[in-house]
Design a protein around this ligand. Structure first.
Ligand code: HEC
Ligand code: HEC
Length: 341
């Protein structure tokens, strides 16, 4: 057998091996939520509160957990100006017209024994969970009929989430933010998009695949590009469920908490028209080439300090490679794989 044939054989074996490993990982992905379990319980505790109801009529409501995860703390702090005339929030400051709010998130309602609360508030008897605060601040009088907090509320769900996330930081022990739930329904894709995607997933020629596997075999240190080239886009689609609470994936899909991700590979960073990026993201140069996607999605906040993407990253390299391989397929003209240019 000449050496070319041997390489092909070795390449094929490698692909098979990586696929098998990838499929083994699937189960983990499906059942491994990203945040600690007790945070998930908190999120579920008040599932019936109309916490996530948006103010924009037709737009689907973004769940509170997603808004909190993507919260802009600086913006939240600026909204506290509306509370300052009545509330102190530094640990040792005396209360004002209203009680001190240091460490209030997660603490008991009407907790300050020296403050004379209205019956409306002292009868509540629960805790200021994220959901309870969201409902109270949306409309204090409706949440606690008879409250003496004469504040008409913050109608914008995003403003409230930013504010609550910031208040949560004013504490000796800030709570974990609630887990972001993965939506059950698949995002609707048109026939054409599905075809384009399937073609991209399955249509790579055998030579392309082997070349990619060879590139990977050439040195496992060859890095992100090589791992992505041999990764399973189908496995990546499962990993991408982690993103769906904040991102749409189909062509022309709406921006949600994060921008639409159709055609992301090789697209300029922060280039989606009409989406408000963080300054941190806005100031990044270049395009989402494989290496950039790799380091950002591995650990968003380390890669782009100040990003408002409230997602802690995909730490597992195989999952990450599969995810990016899947993102690559979301295009009418998928970017070339590393090693095949
Ligand atoms: C005009 C004064 C005023 C403003 C403005 C105001 N509050 Fe209050 N707040 C109060 C008073 C008074 C109470 C006690 C209400 C009661 O006993 O019914 C209260 C109670 C609260 C509580 C319950 C605290 C506890 O110990 O259970 C929270 C939380 C709260 N306010 C948050 C806010 C936030 C956040 C803002 C700004 C978006 C705000 N308030 C704006 C006066 C105010
Ligand atoms: C909790 C919400 C949330 C989740 C979950 C999330 N993202 Fe994001 N994503 C965002 C936000 C918000 C931004 C904008 C970041 C900024 O401006 O700093 C963003 C930005 C991005 C960008 C940059 C896009 C551009 O146009 O430059 C990429 C790529 C991306 N996300 C991919 C992903 C992938 C892949 C996942 C899943 C593994 C994911 N995100 C999960 C909220 C989220």
């Amino acid at each position: 057998m000449d050496s070319l044939e041997f390489n092909k054989l070795a390449g094929g074996l490698l692909v098979g091996l990586l696929l098998a490993v990838g499929i083994g990982k699937l189960g983990d992905v499906l059942y491994a939520p990203d945040l600690p379990a007790h945070a998930a319980v908190e999120a579920g505790a008040d599932a019936h509160a109309d916490a996530g109801v948006g103010d924009h009529g037709e737009e689907p409501a973004v769940p509170l957990a997603s808004l909190l995860a993507a919260a802009d703390l600086a913006d939240g702090e600026s909204h506290f100006r509306k509370c300052k005339s009545c509330h102190a929030i530094a640990a040792d400051d005396a209360r004002g017209t209203g009680p001190n709010l240091y460490g209030i998130v997660g603490d008991a309602q009407a907790r300050d024994a020296t403050f004379s609360y209205s019956g409306a508030l002292s009868d509540l008897g629960g805790a200021w969970t994220f959901e309870a605060l969201d409902a109270f601040l949306a409309n204090p009088k409706e949440y606690a009929r008879g409250t003496k907090m004469t504040f008409r509320g913050l109608s914008d769900a995003e403003d409230r989430a930013n504010l609550i996330a910031w208040i949560n930081t004013r504490s000796d022990a800030p709570l974990d933010l609630p887990a972001v739930e993965e939506p059950a329904a698949e995002d609707a894709m048109t026939e054409e998009e599905l075809e384009a995607r399937d073609a991209a997933i399955h249509g790579d020629t055998v030579d392309e695949t082997i070349a990619a596997a060879e590139a990977a075999a050439d040195g496992m240190a060859a890095g992100a590009g090589a791992m992505i080239a041999v990764a399973s886009a189908e496995a990546g689609e499962t990993v991408a469920r982690k993103c769906k609470s904040c991102h749409t994936f189909e062509a022309g899909g709406a921006n949600r908490v994060g921008p639409n991700l159709w055609d992301t590979v090789d697209r300029d960073i922060a280039s989606i028209e009409g989406y408000r990026y963080s300054d941190a993201m806005e100031s990044q140069e270049g395009a989402w080439i494989y290496d950039r996607l790799w380091s950002y999605l591995m650990d968003p906040r380390a890669d782009v300090p100040g990003t408002k993407m409230g997602f802690r990253g995909v730490g597992d390299e195989e999952d990450l490679a599969a995810l990016i391989a899947y993102l690559r397929t979301l295009s009418n003209d998928p970017a070339p794989l590393a090693g095949t240019r």
